[in-house]
Design a protein around this ligand. Structure first.
Ligand code: SF4
Ligand code: SF4
Length: 107
């Protein structure tokens, strides 16, 4: 059993880039409900099933979801990258390549 209890805070459904969902960095998964719970819980991908609460969850604790996401992104030094993604409206993968001036394979 994980030493850290998941508080269902929702941050891990917003902050990270989740390739299996084509979910960009720093943007909420479309399956995340207004109560910060997954609306596709039974059909969520394996990466979500495997995710375990850990010390990071305590480290990013904050009163608001926005605050928790900001702390997560700052922890991994991804705040600027997330801002690029948000501004461009691109997926995080596309934004990654756009910043480097190259076209990704299969694009
Ligand atoms: S960030 Fe941690 S505490 Fe918050 S929902 Fe995800 S696993 Fe649970
Ligand atoms: S599918 Fe559900 S558990 Fe996975 S990131 Fe989206 S809202 Fe979170």
């Amino acid at each position: 059993m994980s030493a850290v209890e998941c508080t269902k805070c929702g941050a891990c459904c917003v902050a990270p880039d989740i390739a299996a969902l084509d979910k960009p960095l720093g943007l909420a998964c479309p399956h995340l409900g207004p109560d910060a719970l997954c609306t596709a819980y039974e059909a969520r991908p394996q990466v979500c099933r495997d995710y375990q609460a850990d010390d990071l969850c305590e480290h990013i604790a904050a009163p608001t979801l926005e605050g928790r996401v900001a702390k997560y992104l700052a922890h991994f030094e991804l705040a600027d990258e997330a801002e690029d993604v948000r501004r461009s409206g691109l997926s995080s993968r596309a934004a990654f390549f756009a910043r480097r001036g190259v076209t990704p394979r299969g694009a």
